[in-house]
Write a protein that binds this ligand. Sequence first.
Ligand SMILES: Nc1ncnc2c1ncn2[C@@H]1O[C@H](COP(=O)(O)OP(=O)(O)O)[C@@H](O)[C@H]1O
Ligand SMILES: [Mg+2]
Length: 247
Amino acid sequence: MIEFRDVTLAYGDRVVLDRMSFKARFHEKIAVLGGSGEGKTTILRLILGLVRPDDGKIFIDGKDITGLSESQLREPRMNFSIVFQEGALFDSMNVKENVAFSLREYTDYPEDEIERRVRRLLGRLGIEDAIYLMTEELSGGMQRRVAIARSLAASEPGMMLYDEPTTGLDPLTADNICRLINDLSKGGPPERAGLIVVTHKVKDAAKVAERFMYIRSGHVVFDGDIDALKNTADEELRKFIDDLYAA
Ligand SMILES: Nc1ncnc2c1ncn2[C@@H]1O[C@H](COP(=O)(O)OP(=O)(O)O)[C@@H](O)[C@H]1O
Ligand SMILES: [Mg+2]
């Protein structure tokens, strides 16, 4: 379980989250929707303890993480795998080294075990042939797959956190990534097979999520399922989800 309890966070004068509260279980499939700059990425960073709230508390599995040190944060972080926005791959490394990065950083696996794990992950994502390519040689969709493989290598199995996984992709590629996100959530133990996808692309969100949270001005202004979302009376949210009705 993730719990935000009255979480407030500002960057300088800019208040991004304003006493935000919500709870999410590790098996839930959640889309966090909102316009650009509303704090969606910040929520993911807070869950991982990459930034700390100015006020309020964040509980992961019942444990308050707001005061933990870097080394103490390792354990709560193991509940998650995050795919950062735009993949954020290292362009000086080939696919294998990108995926192997956290294995080299956090484990003592010998080279043949690293190779075996990298190949298995790439195989799962359908891109084993790309193992020795440089990231600049990859299509946008393949880059996302490598980014997902890299995050799975870091801490599998865990709840997946995706930051704008389909942003910048053409519709067909975006659709493939949504399908992949769904397939991956069937792989691990069901009680941890959830995901949080942060996105402004509501149509893609509807393909992978069952619960929708819309954030605005630092608050969760909507939290419900797809039917409730489609029937919202909130004018601005209606405009935001217009895409859902487009052919
Ligand atoms: N490290 C930072 N320093 C200063 N301002 C930041 C920083 N990160 C994000 N912001 C600002 O905080 C707001 C929310 O950012 P973000 O969480 O990235 O929004 P979103 O992902 O919804 O687009 C934005 O106005 C952004 O400019
Ligand atoms: Mg963002």
